[in-house]
Design a protein around this ligand. Sequence first.
Ligand code: 2AM
Length: 182
Amino acid sequence: MRLFVGLGLPEGLAARLATLEAGLPGAQWVLPENMHLTLRFIGEVTENDAADIDEMLAGISAPGFDLHLQGVGTFGEGHKTRAVWVGLVPSAPLAHLQTKVESACVRGGQPPEGRKFSPHVTLARFNHAADANRLQRFIEGSAMFSAGPWTVDHFTLFESRLGKSGAVYTPLADYELSPPVL
Ligand code: 2AM
């Protein structure tokens, strides 16, 4: 099974993000029900490994927190753009949770993630070269986007099944966070 750990988005927030999804020919837009923030991509594991990871994730104790979405950005540039995403207002509790998720995955037998955590919600992916002019207009037009706050009170272990019409994400387990620290 192919797994990742992330935060789902409330329906209303995903619907607001979906209003941005226009004006980029060739973009594979993420459906609102699939929008999420990845805390840790795990990849292909056995069911035994998944059980170990689940046990470690279930042992995490961390407070809930509020998150705000703000601005847009890309992975890759110009015609080499691979993805367009919405960013987040930096959040220390989010970074704290991500660190705990990372170490739980390692204790659950996974190799450490070498890449720096870069929180984002992917809006679109590109399999072919993006139109650089349209992309620039999109980025400029969405630069002031902001949404939230919303309260994160749990995180989720997702299974990702790759299909012909894109990935399907299924929540396998939710892990509750403690009440936010005020
Ligand atoms: P994303 O967060 O930028 O959209 C499931 O595939 C999720 O894990 C996606 O949201 C994906 O990217 C993220 N992810 C991170 N690293 C990945 C990788 N090496 N392969 C596939 N997905 C990855």
